[in-house]
Design a protein around this ligand. Structure first.
Ligand code: GDG
Length: 467
């Protein structure tokens, strides 16, 4: 088995004791890293006055992490700038929110070069290098320029936009050319993959085979759709842990026989929170019979608070939630519980389990793991209903959910009404189909598929390839 080097903007080392906060992705990557004696490299999240390239090595639960601090200007231009103010909105189809600044591009290139220079001495000739996400697209090319000939893969966790949108990025071709430094490039869904292939074929005149092999100017990459999952079986257990069951009971008591609808999202404009509130408002306005019988719990921990668009959306949601409660609340009923903080993973699992409806309505989402966690947390005998946006990558695998157009308040309201009154037999039938998918196409399945494309031998030798 070859040694794996994982590179991502932020590194999430496994904790020595299980705190219940570890995500499925971090756990799955950690399992393979531990098995292959690998390294997880990235930004520490910390600041330094001027970049030193000094690596902080740590070993936690058998996994070696290697992190570096960044300069304030790097953080501003690379992370807050090109990654989160240019690529994130553009790749989520929100061209009008994208900001195109040359300093952002410079910062992005600079940090990727710094990452490459710092990582280079750690790479030995047989290692597999696996780079994650939009922050680090140029990294592969920077490593190739420095003589790295290893197998290298890249996985994009967010959507790949249609060509017509991508071309609004001034340096679009350069960005795509950089992907050709990798041997394997993975996307969550066929839609994102097709958008990429369309650009390669039409704009770059690349040769594209049916199996996703793309040839351009002497370089060959294999592009594939490889949807990420959660550890479905483990999550179902978490949802039955003492903490989760206690939380579930607590929610039932506080619900006072009212049906709970739950939403859980980072506070981000891509998650469609404003549109979700509008849909819920529409339901309350048009279905008086449901008033006082339901409530929406929206958990939305703030993220990227340095970026202005995130400050704006937070203010809008504050006022919108106030408006909904002001209009519809009664002395003993709050229709919308809007909470700007995060909860431990097992507590969250208990909240999902107590809900009658999981409302997941991003305007655009690479995958969306909340949809899968909600399903895995349900009680098989009395499962809640998943209402899911057509525009989440997860919709391609989860057609037994009630699928909606998140831009339509009517569709959201209708879907909620349908979900709230759905007979138990139909709920169970839909849930069974969804749960089978969540368990079969889980995070290890995803990891195995990607690593098989990168290096078949390692995939079958490691835990990812275990039956
Ligand atoms: C990106 C892509 C893709 C949220 N609140 C709490 C909490 N969370 C956890 C959820 C879930 C995770 O955060 C969010 O994952 P998503 O997939 O929904 O969304 P992004 O953060 O945007 O992730 C996305 C993903 O990468 C993986 O490829 O699916 O499309 O945008 O796990 O549970 N966790 C805890 N407390 C909270 O309050 N513990």
């Amino acid at each position: 088995m070859k040694r794996l080097i994982v590179v991502s903007n932020r590194v999430q080392p496994p904790s020595e004791e299980a705190t219940g906060n570890q995500g499925g992705l971090a756990l799955a990557l950690s399992a393979v890293l531990r098995e292959s004696n690998g390294i997880w490299f990235g930004w520490s999240g910390g600041e330094t006055e001027s970049f030193t390239g000094l690596i902080n090595f740590q070993k936690s639960a058998g996994v070696t992490t290697a992190t570096v601090d960044l300069e304030p200007q790097d953080i501003l231009e690379y992370y807050d700038g090109f990654a989160n103010r240019t690529l994130w909105p553009l790749f989520h189809y929100r061209v009008s929110l994208a900001e195109f600044e040359r300093e952002f591009v410079d910062g992005y290139e600079r940090v990727n070069t710094r990452f490459a220079e710092t990582l280079l001495p750690l790479i030995t000739h047989d290692d597999l290098v696996w780079v994650h996400d939009y922050h680090l697209i140029p990294l592969g090319q920077r490593l190739r320029e420095r003589g790295v000939a290893n197998r290298m893969g890249f996985f994009l966790h967010i959507p790949w936009p249609p060509m017509g949108l991508l071309v609004s990025l001034p340096n679009h071709q350069e960005l795509v050319e950089q992907l050709f430094a990798y041997d394997v490039v993975g996307f969550h869904t066929q839609d994102w993959l097709d958008n990429f292939l369309d650009y390669a074929r039409t704009h770059m005149d690349a040769e594209v085979d049916e199996d996703g092999t793309v040839r351009w100017q002497g370089r060959t990459l294999r592009a594939l759709a490889c949807p990420i999952g959660i550890d479905g079986a483990a999550y179902a257990q978490t949802a039955q842990s003492p903490t989760a069951l206690a939380m579930c009971r607590q929610m039932h008591e506080s619900a006072n026989d009212r049906a709970m609808i739950v939403g859980v999202d980072r506070l981000d404009y891509s998650k469609g929170l404003q549109e979700r509130f509008m849909g819920y408002e529409r339901l309350l306005a048009t279905r008086e019979d449901l008033q006082e019988k339901i409530f929406l719990l929206q958990i939305a921990p703030p993220s990227r608070a340095n970026v202005q668009t995130y400050q704006e959306i937070r203010a809008q949601l504050d006022s919108h939630s106030g408006r909904i409660n002001g209009e519809f609340a009664t002395v003993d009923w709050v229709p919308l519980r809007y909470v700007n903080k995060g909860y431990a993973r097992d507590v969250l699992a208990g909240i999902y389990r107590a809900a009658k409806v999981g409302l997941v309505t991003p305007l655009r989402d690479g995958m969306n793991l909340v949809a899968k966690e909600f399903v895995a947390a349900q009680d098989p005998e009395d499962p809640g209903v998943l209402v899911l946006s057509n525009f989440a990558g997860a919709a391609a695998q989860m057609d037994a959910a009630v699928l909606v157009n998140p831009y339509s308040p009517e569709e959201i309201a209708d879907a909620l009404a349908l979900a709230l009154t759905m007979p138990v037999e139909e709920r169970k039938a839909r849930w069974r189909k969804l749960m089978d998918g969540v368990v079969n196409e889980d995070v290890m399945w995803w990891l195995d598929r990607f690593i098989t494309a990168l290096d078949p031998e390692t995939a079958t030798a490691g835990p990812a390839g275990a039956p």
